[in-house]
Design a protein around this ligand. Sequence first.
Ligand code: FE2
Length: 297
Amino acid sequence: MQRRDFIKTTALSAIAVSTTGFIRFDGKHYIGNCETTSDVLGPFYRPDSPLRQNLVIEGQKGDPIELMGKILHEDCTTPYKNAKIELWHCDGNGVYDNESADFKYRGTAYSDQTGSYSFNTILPVPYGEGENYRPAHFHLMITTEGYQPLVTQLYFVGDPWIEKDELSSSPTAIRRILEVQNLGNGSKKVEYNVSMAQKLAAEPAAIERLVGLYTNEKDSTKTMELFKKDNQLWMKNEPFGQNLEFLGMNTFTLPGIPPQHKLTFVFEPMLSGAVKLTETYSNDKGDKNVTVYLKSA
Ligand SMILES: [Fe+2]
């Protein structure tokens, strides 16, 4: 399967669950299932959206809504100060601003001393075609130090498209289907608290060594580009990329692979400075697909 096709398939079908959403023991105490579950990044993320909490555009269609809540550490209690929160969503016609310098309905904010954040914006609407509609949703990316960047989506109670959508109907999304409160003045409010989850992190210097352009050993027209962002290893795809999750031992995977499938990227730095990358994908039927890439020194 070609890289691009694979990304497309997984981006549409996969739910990024990883370790979140389950109770686990951290060596001292149990960490509850309060952690926020992730969702796919989707094709419309744009980095570097403007620092602003008000995304409302005068004269544009859409119900005003405040999205607010707290960013918490993995104990789900301690406020996380100064977390970076990126919000993006479609306009009142279901269209994303993917190109303009205005970055419409896109903004970046930071949590305050109490972990609180808020955005004033409009309620997104479902978008799609025919029977293939996505329910209305906010996209969020939360970046903190010491935790895995969290990419997630929020849905709204009562949206008829939720049960037909693979992502929002997943059991892991239940706590991300939120009640919209109607305030007296005609505006709306939705509250979403985020708990961060810690995962293994690769050494930033080691990541540095792995970034670059990899070429398929058998077909030089097939390449894969890796880059570093927020001390994580990312794989470039259109229009941006997806962060890889470190599994230890020079091995990474992509968050969002269904549990019955397995995808690993094993890196072997060579003495020459070149890096060999072996991608192994296996499905629930035991079919295995191994591709070797090389990055020159
Ligand atoms: Fe979306």
